[in-house]
Ligand binder design. Structure first.
Ligand SMILES: [Zn+2]
Ligand SMILES: [Zn+2]
Length: 170
């Protein structure tokens, strides 16, 4: 074997080792089925979601297991009561009360609370749906509940900071 061929062989084997190892490891971890903490078996990456909003989701592992399977995640997707678009787990949400008693929410939406016939629904924070980003009232969380957080406006009211006072001197 010539010196050149030997070198080429050495180079190739090294190149082969370096380039294929990480790739195979990655592919292997994606084809493995995991038992998620929700009790279901799941792949780590798949395209899920309704027809109008498909997304490729990769689950994160905490201590070698995902918290939820992809189908539990998919079934936790709801619709904004006002615009009908999707709300995925961990999306920020609004909680608006309806001004009319006969308000018809979009299919697949969630009622948050009801008082004297007026209902509060979970809504999305899209720019054309929420009145303002300051209306963020919390987050939609797995497996399907509202994690309430004070909106920026509520925080102002609560702390007493940044209170607008009318100038009555003149
Ligand atoms: Zn599950
Ligand atoms: Zn909306």
């Amino acid at each position: 074997m010539s010196k050149f061929k030997l070198l080429l062989k050495k180079f190739r084997s090294r190149w082969h080792g370096v380039s294929t190892c990480p790739k195979e490891t990655l592919v292997a971890s994606l084809s493995v089925t995991y038992l998620a903490r929700c009790g279901h078996k799941t792949k780590l990456r798949e395209e899920i979601g309704p027809k109008d909003d498909r997304r490729e989701i990769t689950l994160l592992l905490t201590e070698n297991r995902p918290d939820f399977c992809l189908s539990c995640l998919e079934s936790a997707i709801i619709r904004c009561a006002w615009c009908g678009q999707t709300i995925w787990p961990d999306n920020p949400i609004t909680l608006y009360e309806t001004s009319q008693k006969d308000f018809q929410p979009k299919d697949g939406s969630r009622l948050y609370s009801e008082k004297d016939g007026y209902k509060t629904y979970v809504g999305c924070l899209r720019w054309n749906c929420a009145d303002t980003l300051a209306d963020r009232a919390g987050f939609w969380r797995m497996p399907g509940f509202v994690e309430r957080q004070m909106s920026p406006i509520e925080q102002c009211l609560n702390t007493g900071e940044m209170v607008v006072v009318e100038d009555i001197k003149e």
